[in-house]
Design a protein around this ligand. Structure first.
Ligand SMILES: Nc1nc2c(c(=O)[nH]1)N[C@H]1C(S)=C(S)[C@@H](COP(=O)(O)O)O[C@H]1N2
Ligand SMILES: [Mo]
Length: 210
């Protein structure tokens, strides 16, 4: 684990907690306080678990009618989906026109059939990373589990073989190396959410800190 990175980010969240936000206007496509990059930086805890696709599974369970554990073959046999979106990291970089392909979240939701009491999602990565969202946030048609970026298999450092992409939220809400998705009738804070980062994480509201 990159302890210095973790501590720096934690200190920042603590410092900024409950501070009145600067009223930075958003310049159109770029959320307030962000700058544009084009090199797709890597940002994570420094653990890149190498999971061969032959050993990869994605377990989807919790408040659903039909829990499943997908292996790679099953995952790739599901209807495939491609979406171009903008990617916003809370550390202030944004990259436009990211083309991700994979399986749409709504396809997985159709498969497992959420129970009426499911309100939240909890995500777990193969590196032990966790994050959480409202179920609603992932039912938009731009949310997917991506295995391909700009036409090439998603690199390990970007969360391959597969990661969550939730374009409307800051990128820490998108778990890389996705291993488990749990539908819940309650909310539980994930890794950064427990360390001072916003639970709602809306880039256009500059909703960075708790
Ligand atoms: N499994 C896992 N997913 C993760 C992280 C992580 O450390 N582990 N970091 C998050 C953060 S803080 C960001 S900004 C994005 C960065 O994705 P990238 O490295 O592909 O740019 O991944 C998110 N998903
Ligand atoms: Mo991040």
């Amino acid at each position: 684990m990159k302890e210095d990175y973790l501590q720096r980010k934690e200190r920042w969240a603590k410092k900024m907690s409950k501070k009145t936000r600067l009223a930075n206007p958003s310049t159109g496509r770029l959320p307030p306080g962000q700058h544009e990059v084009s090199n797709f930086p890597v940002l994570d805890l420094g653990v890149h678990p190498e999971i061969p696709v032959g050993e990869w599974t994605l377990k989807i369970h919790g408040e659903v009618e039909k829990p499943v554990t997908l292996d790679w073959k099953h995952f790739m046999a599901l209807p495939q989906f491609c979406d171009i979106s903008d990617f916003h990291c809370v550390t202030t970089w944004s990259q436009f026109d990211m083309e991700f392909s994979g399986v749409a979240f709504f396809t997985l939701a159709d498969l497992v059939k959420p129970k009426p009491n499911a309100t939240h999602l909890f995500f777990i990565g193969y590196d032990g990373y966790t994050t959480n969202t409202q179920l609603d946030a992932c039912m938009d048609d731009d949310v997917l589990i991506a295995h391909t970026w700009n036409g090439k298999p998603l690199k390990l450092e970007h969360g391959g073989p597969a990661r969550m992409i939730i374009p409307k939220l800051y990128a820490w809400k998108g778990a890389k190396f996705i291993r488990e998705i749990i539908f819940r009738d309650y909310d539980e804070l994930g890794f950064w959410e427990k360390r001072g980062y916003s639970n709602s994480a809306d880039p256009f509201a500059e909703d960075r800190f708790a």
